[in-house]
Design a protein around this ligand. Structure first.
Ligand code: MN3
Length: 200
């Protein structure tokens, strides 16, 4: 069973003005679609065919560039669409307490996450990850790597991710990545992030 491009949980214009319609159309319809097709091509007739994406990434041979790049791209964008939305929802008390425990306050978490996103040189992602004991970590990874991969320098399960590839923001923000990062916090779906925290 090949991987399929999941449907977007909202319309392509739902995140305006923070993330513009044209960027969503290209990012979802071209980039994510491309990662999906290339992942399927890379695993076809290999022992990876039929495994879950999480299983593939947690046991990945990092020298397998096609699966690393396209499997990462497939998983990362699936998460990215789901942790955003036109409705911010509500953060659970459990997640709120974990953020305070790890960072001191929500504002301090936001600063740490924004800094990770702003200082990731070139293309990559910023992450909020949960460890098995419920503790939280902010980190960033290059390209389409993610914390499920063993040797990327951060661990745990990602529950919030921000794509800082130029394709994610250039049409609307050009070189102003910090403005895009600020805008992202207007479209985070905290109910979804809380669900991911709870189901770690
Ligand atoms: Mn992207």
């Amino acid at each position: 069973m090949a991987f399929e491009l999941p449907s977007l949980p909202y319309a392509t214009n739902a995140l305006e003005p923070h993330i513009d319609t044209r960027t969503m159309e290209i990012h979802y319809g071209k980039h994510h679609s491309g990662y999906t097709a290339k992942l399927n091509a890379a695993i076809e007739n290999t022992e990876l065919e039929g495994k879950s994406i999480k299983d593939i990434l947690t046991s990945l041979d990092m020298s397998n560039a096609a699966v690393r790049n396209n499997g990462g791209g497939y998983y990362n964008h699936c998460l990215f669409w789901e942790v955003m939305g036109p409705d911010a929802g509500e953060m659970s008390t459990e997640l709120s307490n974990a953020i305070t425990a790890a960072f001191g306050s929500f504002e301090a978490f936001k600063d740490a996450f924004s800094n990770a996103a702003a200082t990731q040189f070139g293309s990559g992602w910023a992450w909020l990850c949960v460890h098995a004991d419920g503790s939280l970590e902010v980190c960033s990874t290059p390209n389409q790597d993610n914390p499920l991969m063993k040797t990327v320098g951060c661990g745990g399960t990602p529950i919030l991710g921000l794509d800082v590839w130029e394709h994610a923001y250039y049409l609307n923000y050009q070189n102003r990545r910090p403005d895009y990062i600020d805008a992202f916090f207007n479209v985070v779906n905290w109910s979804e992030v809380s669900n991911r925290y709870a189901s770690r």
